[in-house]
Every structure is written in structure tokens, then in C-alpha cells.
Design a protein around this ligand. Structure first.
Ligand SMILES: Nc1nc2c(c(=O)[nH]1)N[C@H]1C(S)=C(S)[C@@H](COP(=O)(O)O)O[C@H]1N2
Ligand SMILES: [Mo]
Length: 377
């Protein structure tokens, strides 16, 4: 066991199943989306997951300015009013943290300990980035576009503002937005007020919040969150593959009623309609299958149209839960690019891109004479 208060650097691997005080501190700052909120097509703002590396900056909108510069003909400084006066787009986008699923890995990478619900779908309103870069006049030889947040902290021993980049090619995609509203309201502080980047289809780390500068550079960006963090690595020495677009995942609304501590579900013998959402940043969702026996056999579910090509789709499936007993429900999504969720946890050093299937324990029986399973923690 860890001594209480002893700090372990991010990147350390932990062999104990017990959560450490440092992880708990992150877990109470950054919350995931309660699974029952999968019922909403558009996640109510307070139920959308949150991930904030450092502190939430307080920003005065009246003095806020976004600078656009670097390897461009003309540097721009844009106030919030100027950004809002530009053409606007509203797009439903599913955001998911690249570390979603991390806490199921063993040994466990020391970072935000997500289970499987670090996700949410919002309607983001903003102005497309490409015309702004065009106005600034990107010069020949431009390679990357760097997005710098107002928030600052130390990670991996490096003092930094939160910064990520996109290749110029990805940055000028039509769906990339500078967003100032979520679900029709100004961004709240925790989601990046007054302005954030939205990169539909990409894991959360690309969507830089509290955006203060956009800088075009003529070489690959070497910042911490780009070159060191967010890589799929099998060992510390491995250079790894950078994390980019979202792998497919389906989640279900756990049926019945929960046991307070274990979240084991109790369902009265009946036919249940199981519902949930599925998404991928790599292609349209083409299949979602449900299993009631831990993944031994599967049945197809019915898919419903998503709000946008970048938003999750709904799915529903009837489950014959008439026979009392214990079940393990699993759900597995596949996308048009041929990616299918693995049944087992996919371990890597940082615990990113672990899209193993969700498993939900269900006890079918009369609630009146139920027995709380002994192993209920
Ligand atoms: N400036 C800044 N932007 C950031 C972060 C951050 O810590 N600082 N976290 C990133 C990560 S890792 C994720 S998963 C998403 C989470 O966005 P949300 O909190 O709005 O859901 O924001 C991204 N943008
Ligand atoms: Mo994240």
C-alpha cells in the first residue's frame, strides 16, 4: 500500500488493485458520465465528462483575445465578439478521453483512473478554423498548428501551458471548430470558457480548452502533451504511436436497479429492452452486439441514426430476462473501417485507447427475496 499523501509521478505503474490517494484526488476533480445518462442523445452539460490537467483558469471575456500567429503572413488578434460575429456552425460531437478504460488495466498506469464512462455528446457551436488560418495567410513550409491553453502546470517534470497540435492538413478540415457554446449556452468554466477547439472524431486531448493562441510552425511540434504524452507504448523506451482518432466503443444503460456499492443490477424476471450508445472516430458504427453470457454468444442490436457523423448512435435490443439467475451483459461495437472492440483489456504504458467491452453484472430474480452477492465490492 501507498503511504497516504505520498506522491507517485504519472507514468508509474501500480500493481495493487487499491486506488491511491493521488488517483482519488484526480478522480474527484474529473468526473465521468453516469451510465444512465446514455439515455440522452445530447448529454446535459453537468453530466458530460470532465478532464482538466491543471487548474481551471478564470477568464475575463471582455479582455480575452485569441492570437493567431507564427508562420503566417499576418498575425491576428481576435476578441470574443469578433469570433462570435464570424459564420457559425453547430455540430453534435461525441468526446471521449483517450484514457477511458485505464483503471481496468493491470498493472494500472498512474493517472486519472477512468472505468469506461469518460464520454459525452454535446452540441458545440463555434466558427470554423480554416477560414481564420486562411485570413492569417499560412506560409509555405508550414507543418503543424499549435493550440495553447491558458492553463499552466507541471507534468512529467515539465512546466507547461496545456498545448496540443494538429498537422496543417487536419487543422483545416471543415469540421474543426473554435467553439464558444455548448448545448446552446456559453461554455462553462470547466469546459473551456470562453473558447475551445473542437476536433470531431479525435480523442479528448486534441480539443484544447481556454484557447489563448494558435501558432503555425514549420517543424513538428515537440510539446509535452504532443510528443511525450498520449502515445500508445508497450514499454518506457518504446517511441510508440501517437493517439489520434477514437476507437469504437459501445456502452449500455445498465438495466434494473443497482446495488449501492457494487453497482450489481437487480432485474425482475421480464423481457428487458437494453439501450445504449456507440461511437467511433474512425468510421460509421456498423454493428453493435449484445451478450448475456459474458461474451460467449452474441445477438445483434438495432442501430438508430446519429445526430451527426461525429456523434454517437443509439442502439436497442430486447433481452429475454425471464429466467432467474446471474448474467454478465456485454456490448461490442464495430465500425465501417473494420475496427471491433476487443473482449480483453488492451494494456499499454499510459493506459490509452483501451476500448475493451463493457461488462455489467445482472441478477435476475424477485427483488423481494434477492440475495446480495457475497462478492459485492
Ligand atoms: N487547456 C486544456 N485543454 C484540455 C485539457 C486540459 O487539461 N487543458 N484536457 C484535455 C483532455 S485530456 C480531455 S479528455 C478533454 C476533456 O474535455 P471536457 O472536460 O470538456 O469533457 O479536454 C482536453 N482539453
Ligand atoms: Mo483526456
Amino acid at each position: 500500500m501507498d503511504e497516504v499523501g505520498q506522491s507517485r509521478p504519472a507514468g508509474t505503474l501500480i500493481n495493487t488493485p487499491d486506488i491511491t490517494p493521488d488517483e482519488l484526488q484526480l478522480a474527484v476533480r474529473n468526473h465521468s458520465m453516469p451510465l444512465e445518462a446514455l439515455r440522452y442523445d445530447i448529454t446535459p452539460v453537468g453530466l458530460h465528462y470532465l478532464l482538466i490537467h491543471f487548474d481551471i483558469p478564470v477568464v475575463d471575456a471582455s479582455s480575452y483575445e485569441l492570437s493567431v500567429g507564427g508562420h503566417v503572413r499576418r498575425q491576428l488578434r481576435l476578441s470574443i465578439d469578433e469570433l462570435m460575429a464570424r459564420p457559425s456552425t453547430t455540430l453534435a460531437v461525441t468526446l471521449e478521453c483517450a484514457g477511458n478504460g485505464r483503471a481496468r488495466l493491470h498493472p494500472r498506469p498512474m493517472s486519472q483512473p477512468w472505468l469506461c464512462e469518460a464520454v459525452g455528446t454535446a452540441e458545440w457551436t463555434g466558427t470554423p478554423l480554416a477560414p481564420i488560418l486562411e485570413e492569417a495567410g499560412v506560409l509555405d513550409g508550414a507543418v503543424d498548428v499549435v493550440f495553447t491553453g491558458l492553463d499552466r502546470g507541471v507534468q512529467g517534470g515539465v512546466d507547461q501551458h496545456y498545448e496540443r497540435s494538429l498537422s496543417l492538413e487536419d487543422a483545416v478540415r471543415a469540421e474543426v471548430l473554435l467553439a464558444y457554446a455548448i448545448n446552446g449556452r456559453p461554455l462553462p468554466p470547466q469546459h473551456g470558457f470562453p473558447m475551445r477547439l473542437i476536433v470531431p472524431g479525435w480523442y479528448g486531448m486534441a480539443h484544447v480548452k481556454w484557447l489563448r493562441a494558435i501558432t503555425v510552425i514549420d517543424q513538428p511540434f515537440a510539446g509535452y502533451q504532443q510528443a511525450r504524452a498520449y502515445h500508445h507504448r508497450m514499454s518506457d523506451g518504446d517511441s510508440g504511436a501517437p493517439v489520434a482518432t477514437i476507437l469504437p466503443r459501445a456502452l449500455m444503460v445498465p438495466p434494473g436497479v443497482p446495488d449501492f456499492m457494487s453497482r450489481t443490477r437487480f432485474v425482475e424476471p421480464s423481457t428487458q429492452v437494453i439501450e445504449g450508445r456507440a461511437w467511433s472516430g474512425r468510421g460509421t458504427i456498423v454493428s453493435v452486439d449484445l451478450s448475456a453470457d459474458g461474451g460467449a454468444s452474441w445477438m445483434p442490436t438495432t442501430l438508430h441514426d446519429p445526430r451527426s457523423p461525429y456523434a454517437w448512435c443509439g442502439w436497442t435490443c430486447e433481452w429475454d430476462a425471464t429466467r432467474p439467475g446471474e448474467y454478465e451483459l456485454c456490448v461490442r461495437a464495430g465500425d465501417a473501417a473494420g475496427n471491433v472492440q476487443p473482449l480483453d483489456q488492451s494494456w499499454n504504458v499510459e493506459g490509452v485507447e483501451n476500448n475493451a467491452v463493457q461488462r455489467v453484472r445482472v441478477v435476475v430474480g424477485s427483488l423481494a427475496d434477492r440475495q446480495v452477492p457475497a462478492d459485492s465490492r
